[in-house]
Design a protein. Structure first.
Length: 256
């Protein structure tokens, strides 16, 4: 009777352990929740400039830079990022300044306006780390020409990474003036082509729909631009519950 109880306890422990392990490992970007809200854009004051993406830079990408904390993205921990002049960042790997379609072609990327852009003539990419661990926030600020050879169409935006919750936010700033029509990739891509969560619309930035393919885009045009404070938030699914404590004297189950 006692042996039967111990065996059942061991089986239960193994099931919970394996479930927890596979839940963490299986966390992918396409399981993230998404929300679109009207928030507040607060421009950085005294942000740290990133090398290679200062003012008036075309096809630029910064070297890997410390996030300031461990950020879990799609089930993988990252401690560094690289920003580009083309409207996106890449985690864990130095990005290419010649990449313009990261969600359909580059792993572990976050895009707010990915296309063939350029930093503005007066502002480059800056960043700051705020808060106190375990609730720090990395804010990366961009002032980007939507198109590299059009100095009129400018988008202000911030990508925010949140410690502990591992939430990703994109916040758009001062309402831009669009004079031409472009398309851009907006959203997240994880460690594989099918592992993405992007947005698409040809008419609005406030009521977008989830992209069905990783190359879907958002439209930028006269009257079709993000509002000041427009905020996109991606939240990872809840973590699996911890496995129960192993019953003393029972065998160890193999979990890897």
């Amino acid at each position: 009777m006692k042996k039967n109880y111990l065996f059942k306890s061991w089986v239960l422990f193994c099931v919970f352990s394996l479930t927890a392990m596979f839940s963490v490992n299986a966390q992918t970007i396409n399981t993230y929740g998404f929300s679109s809200t009207s928030g507040t854009y607060t421009a950085l004051v005294g942000g740290t400039p990133l090398a290679n993406v200062g003012p008036n830079v075309d096809s630029g990408a910064s070297p890997l830079t410390n996030i300031g904390f461990t950020f879990n993205y799609g089930g993988t921990n990252f401690t560094q990022f690289s920003a580009t002049s083309n409207g996106f960042i890449q985690l864990g790997t130095a990005a290419s300044g010649f990449t313009t379609t990261p969600i359909s072609g580059t792993n572990n990327t976050i895009a707010y306006m990915a296309r063939d852009g350029r930093t503005s003539t007066t502002d480059g990419v800056t960043y700051t780390l705020s808060g106190v661990s375990p609730n720090q926030v990395l804010t990366i600020q961009f002032v980007q020409q939507v198109q590299w050879n059009n100095a009129t169409d400018i988008v202000n935006s911030q990508i925010k990474l949140y410690e502990t919750s591992n939430i990703v936010q994109i916040v758009y700033g001062t309402p831009p003036t669009a004079t031409a029509s472009y398309t851009a990739q907006v959203g997240l891509r994880g460690a594989a082509a099918a592992n993405f969560s992007n947005r698409t619309s040809t008419t609005t930035w406030s009521a977008t729909t989830a992209g069905a393919a990783n190359n879907n885009t958002m439209t930028w045009n006269v009257g079709i631009v993000p509002a000041n404070g427009q905020t996109y938030t991606w939240s990872p699914p809840p973590a699996a519950p911890p496995a129960p404590t192993e019953v003393a004297g029972t065998p160890n189950c193999v979990t890897g």
